[in-house]
Design a binder for this molecule. Structure first.
Ligand SMILES: C[S@@+](CC[C@H](N)C(=O)[O-])C[C@H]1O[C@@H](n2cnc3c(N)ncnc32)[C@H](O)[C@@H]1O
Length: 416
């Protein structure tokens, strides 16, 4: 295939302005990542000015709305200032200088490190400047071959090189996946490094606000042939072969008035449209009988305790996924096939801004731990389970947030 012309390489080859030297394979990397910023009002910050050749190239490439900022330790570099091009003099290995610089210049869209190329300079610059890169922006470090050269404090797998530092950032980027907080936990890099693109001697970090990952599964289960009986629900994962519909009615004052009775009946009627009677379970704290649905009496005080006791009593069997949903939710929204697949976690909470996460829960035989933690925390805080859930999630207690899956908001459930 014919290779498209690269405007940066083209500029470089025809350059009659200020000098620059470049590894030729950098141009494709630059253009691949930078092209979407062209013609926009962007701020580009480059460490390493020298003759000012690259600053002029960026100005030309990004266009007349761009603001190009150069930083160099050599005061002579001030000479290259021109329209759209600013230059600051200082040492990129000096955190105080970088902090002041960051304050002075404000957020940037693209930061490029082509300065001194020593390990401490590169790491310090990344740590001080990555925070001021805007979400959606980039931080590019070049000439990383110095990580392997001892005259730059580099060395193969030597502690403290930028390449080794970057390997740790790959771990941070996977902070949400950690199963052991002692080893790896979510940190600021997890929350802000969207991607790391590794090239020979260049790494491009993409920045964004990163939320815990969630997966969705849409479509029919090809392995379990579930279409044959649409009333029999199963997940898109072969892990579950049946789904139970759990209804819980606990009345604190232990009286069912007419309205509550009608509500329970409506829930059961609705459920019967989609579930086989044997797959519907009704838990109440007062005797109740309706439509041959199995009713279990419970003396528990809240829904989380009920679910935990069901798990403790071994009622939830291998291969079953149970759905507990808040009453009105089911009344208002029926749902489609299964987007509730739980892979790598044992519990799913539907987290939405308007509903508490414990109004809508998917759980399996292996979900006990999370409910035990919520109950223990609510005892300790003398709080309701919602508050306990929030407290555990905020603290990410023992990797709490990686134990459950954040499920899709309710509005995406549809009728089958
Ligand atoms: C490779 S040149 C930059 C070339 C330029 N980006 C270009 O492509 O036209 C490296 C520059 O980094 C500067 N430099 C070296 N150590 C530095 C430090 N500690 N802080 C800031 N700049 C430094 C040098 O003075 C030199 O001008």
């Amino acid at each position: 295939m014919h290779k498209q012309k690269n405007p940066l390489e083209d500029y470089f080859r025809k350059n009659k302005q200020r000098r620059m030297d470049k590894y030729m394979h950098y141009f494709d990397i630059y253009h691949r990542h930078f092209s979407e910023f062209r013609g926009k009002k962007v701020t580009v910050l480059e460490f390493g000015v020298k003759h000012g050749g690259s600053l002029q190239m960026w100005k030309h490439y990004f266009g007349n709305k761009s603001r190009i900022i150069g930083v160099d330790i050599d005061p002579r570099c001030k000479n290259v200032v021109e329209k759209q091009i600013e230059v600051y003099i200082g040492d990129q290995g000096d955190r105080n200088f970088l902090k002041k610089l960051a304050e002075k210049i404000g957020p940037v869209d693209i930061a490029i490190d082509d300065g001194g190329h020593h390990m401490q300079q590169q790491i310090t610059t990344f740590e001080e400047i990555f925070p001021i890169v805007r979400n959606g922006g980039l931080f590019l470090v070049e000439d990383l071959q110095t990580s392997y050269w001892n005259n730059y404090d580099g060395g193969y797998k030597k502690k403290g090189t930028f390449i080794e530092y970057a390997k740790d950032r790959i771990d941070d980027l996977h902070g949400w996946c950690s199963r052991d907080e002692q080893e790896l936990k979510v940190n600021e890099f997890t929350r802000s490094i969207k991607a790391m693109h590794i090239y020979d001697s260049v790494i491009v970090f993409g920045k964004d606000k990163i939320e815990p990952p969630h997966s969705e599964a849409i479509g029919f289960d090809s392995l379990n042939n579930t279409l044959k009986n649409p009333k029999h629900f199963t997940t898109s994962s072969s892990k579950y072969d049946s789904m139970k519909n759990l209804l819980i009615y606990l009345e604190p004052n232990k009286t069912y008035d007419k309205e509550i009775m009608a509500n329970i009946k409506m829930q059961v009627d609705n459920s019967l449209k989609y579930w086989r009677p044997k797959d519907i379970l009704l838990i109440t704290n007062l005797p109740f009988k309706y439509s041959g649905i199995k009713t279990i009496l419970s003396d528990k005080h809240n829904k989380i305790e009920v679910i935990f006791s069901l798990l403790q009593e071994g009622r939830v069997k291998e291969g079953e996924l149970w759905w507990y949903h808040d009453n009105d939710i089911f009344q208002m929204r029926k749902f489609k096939s299964w987007e509730t697949i739980l892979i790598g976690v044992d519990t799913g909470f539907v987290l939405s801004r308007t509903h508490s996460p414990i109004q809508n829960i998917f759980f399996s035989k292996d979900s006990s731990k999370i409910f035990e933690w919520i109950i223990n925390r609510s005892h300790r805080l003398r709080s309701d389970p919602e508050t306990a859930f929030k407290s555990l999630a905020d603290e990410n207690y023992r990797g709490f947030n990686s134990r459950y899956k954040k499920l899709i908001p309710l509005k995406t459930f549809h009728h089958l």
